[in-house]
Design a protein around this ligand. Structure first.
Ligand SMILES: [Zn+2]
Length: 122
């Protein structure tokens, strides 16, 4: 008579590995459950978009924890460096991502041509 043992999850790490297997693209870059947990804590400490505050002195709720210097993944030493993290709203994160794709170098204090105050409602 075969014995049946229900498979039990041993913890979030095991669950994360399963999720990684299903969605390799996000996991390969290191954005796993541990990062999500960090993001939640980071947003509680930094509730406002840094770029909106720097450029327009305008409070906009944070949406993303952005890597100031682009990282290659979890093994990148800058991935977990707090100095390399900044709070950005969805719009600013999108602008930065587009700029990175275009090969530009982003700093929060440097305005982009597309960052018009009226576009951002400021
Ligand atoms: Zn913003």
């Amino acid at each position: 008579m075969p014995s049946f043992r229900p498979q039990r999850f041993k913890g979030p790490e095991l669950n994360a590995r399963s999720a990684d297997a299903a969605r390799p693209s996000a996991a390969q870059r290191g954005y796993d459950w541990r990062w999500q947990k960090y993001v939640t804590a980071f947003r509680a400490r930094h509730p406002l978009c840094r770029r909106h505050m720097d450029l327009f002195d305008r409070p906009v709720p944070v949406a993303h924890v952005d890597h100031i210097e682009r990282v290659t993944g979890r093994d990148d030493p800058r991935f977990w460096q707090p100095e390399n993290h900044q709070p950005l709203c969805r719009h600013c994160h999108h602008v930065k991502t587009q700029a990175e794709i275009a090969g530009a170098h982003f700093t929060a204090a440097r305005p982009y041509p597309d960052a018009q105050p009226d576009e951002l409602g400021g």
